[in-house]
Design a protein around this ligand. Sequence first.
Ligand SMILES: [Mg+2]
Length: 159
Amino acid sequence: MLVLDLDQTLVSVADHDEETLLRCVTKRPGLDRFLKDMSQVYEIVIFSASGASYVKKIVSSLDPTGEIFSAVFTGSDTDWLSGQRVKDLRKLNRDKIVWIDDNASLYPYNPKNGIQVPPFHGDPNDSILGALTPLLLEVALGQISVENASELFVRARNK
Ligand SMILES: [Mg+2]
């Protein structure tokens, strides 16, 4: 299962009100391709700490036919640990979980199951999703572990 954060991971959202929300969403470059490729090999869920109506609106614009995401978790699905909001993936009941998020501190229960990505703020030259794709495919095929993928990702970025 691939667990994807929304804000600053898949999209960047500018100031908006309820009416203008969808016009203020910038997709991370390569997002549609990334989701399509990942949906071939992973069960994909969104886990955002934001409010349900905000998240669900954006998610249905990213996946209008409902073919990509098998579930959507939002703020009310997060837990509190030492005064901090966290995402506890143990309750998703899957042996193999990979999270992708711009904030690794949200996963104290599953720290090694993911890849922290740099936050996306709308840069049109951002190439993170393209860099993740081959690594996540190898993880899906069991060729490398999530930890290996995370190390390779960090190393490639520091080159
Ligand atoms: Mg985020």
